[in-house]
Write a protein that binds this ligand. Structure first.
Ligand SMILES: *Cc1c(COP(=O)(O)O)cnc(C)c1O
Length: 390
């Protein structure tokens, strides 16, 4: 039963929440009743959605659902323990081999989420006295991993290779680690990976590539950003997530077998956590087959992207230089971004307003995510409504 007078700490939180509300920064959740496709039912209403990272439209693909169902019947729904105890199922082992082969690296290790993979891999590779260098627009999980590692963190201005080189050159740390999103999650631009790798070679640093938004989308057959740039090096530690284009859940790190063996032995977010349900691994093996086979899904994304860009050209909001399915519409002011998202919602279109601290102050935006599940008519509908609102 609630007591009559809330403790002071509750009042303080309530006040802080009210301040967030006043700044247009309060967040709330909506409840979804459908898979994350082009059409979704949210809070009881039907929408055309541009919210999902399910870029290839695989989250409700029949082959993935069938694989998950038959694996559930055979392996149950839970792994029962951590990988190093008795939770490492044959389906996990098989998926790791398939993932490594798919991205062209010798070994891979599954993680529950991209967040856990980044936290784990970075803290296992760098510690006190080491130096970590990260792009200012890197994903929050990379930033948090650096802080947790206790290594010295240098954040370089977005894409500023000259700045990064100066800092790498000046560092006398024993271990240096450069971290980058391959596709920046809120801008959609692609990192200059060949140039970053060249710097890492010159200054003897590791390069950790977070391909959360490139895996499945970039490269031949969706093999990801290393394939896109034709990069290969034992100093690359590759991370990709499996809850976005792959349509399921999870993540993996791939690289030299010694690196992977080190991670198995050292990563706390791997060792001290329950293995993900084997049925997810089965769904992901099925997903890999669809990703590799269905070039039309990536071709569709290209077409929709070109159509959207052409249509946005005459509108008052600037689109950004993105060659990926992430197509942000820059608004600037938090309240204005929220108003635009709300006006679209009233007209049956769902697009998230992204505000600080997810993006820098003054760069609030609508983050339009395209999917192979969209039809050209869907993009036309969005453009028509945006023209009305402009
Ligand atoms: C989504 C994302 C992650 C986190 O992955 P999850 O599997 O959702 O935890 C990490 N890095 C980037 C760049 C991301 O966009």
């Amino acid at each position: 039963m609630p007591s009559a007078a809330a403790p002071d700490m509750i009042d303080e939180l309530a006040q802080a929440l009210a301040e967030l509300e006043g700044q247009g920064l309060k967040r709330r959740r909506r409840t979804v009743d459908t898979p994350p496709g082009a059409r979704v039912r949210v809070d009881g209403r039907d929408y055309l959605s541009f919210c999902s990272n399910d870029y290839l439209g695989l989250a409700d693909h029949p082959a993935l659902i069938a694989a998950a169902q038959s694996a559930a019947a055979e392996a149950g729904v839970g792994a029962g323990s951590a990988h190093l105890v008795a939770g490492h199922h044959r389906l996990h082992e098989q998926l790791e081999n398939e993932l490594a082969a798919f991205v062209g690296l010798p070994a891979a290790l599954l993680f529950s989420t991209g967040y856990m993979a980044n936290i784990g891999a970075i803290t296992a590779l760098a510690g006190r006295g080491d130096a970590v260098f990260g792009d200012k627009l890197n994903h929050a999980s990379l930033v948090d991993a650096c802080l947790l590692s206790r290594a010295e963190l240098t954040r370089y201005p977005h894409g500023d290779l000259a700045f990064l080189e100066t800092k790498l050159k000046a560092s006398s740390a024993r271990t240096k680690l450069v971290l980058t999103d391959a596709v920046f999650s809120m801008d959609g631009d692609i990192a200059p990976l060949p140039e970053l790798l060249a710097l890492c070679e010159r200054y003897d640093a590791w390069l950790l590539v977070d391909d959360a938004h490139g895996f499945g989308v970039l490269g031949a057959q969706g093999r990801g950003s290393l394939n896109h740039f034709n990069l290969r090096s034992d100093r690359i530690v590759y991370m990709a997530t499996l809850g976005k284009a792959a349509g399921v859940f999870g993540a993996f790190v791939a690289g030299h077998p010694t690196v992977i063996d080190w991670l198995v032995n050292k990563v706390r977010t791997y060792i001290y956590t329950t293995a993900t349900p084997p049925l997810l691994a089965a769904a992901l093996s099925a997903s890999l087959r669809v990703i590799a086979a269905d070039d039309w899904r990536r071709a569709r994304l290209q077409e929709l992207g070109a159509q959207l860009k052409a249509g946005l050209a005459g509108l008052p909001w600037s689109s950004m230089n993105s060659a990926t399915p992430i197509q942000p519409l820059l608004v600037g002011d938090n309240a204005a971004a929220l108003r635009l998202a709300e006006a679209l919602r009233e007209r049956g279109i769902l697009i998230p307003a992204i505000r600080p601290p997810t993006v820098p102050q003054g760069t609030a935006r609508l983050r339009i995510s395209l999917s192979a599940a969209h039809e050209p008519a869907d993009v036309e509908q969005l453009l028509t409504v945006l023209r009305e609102l402009a």
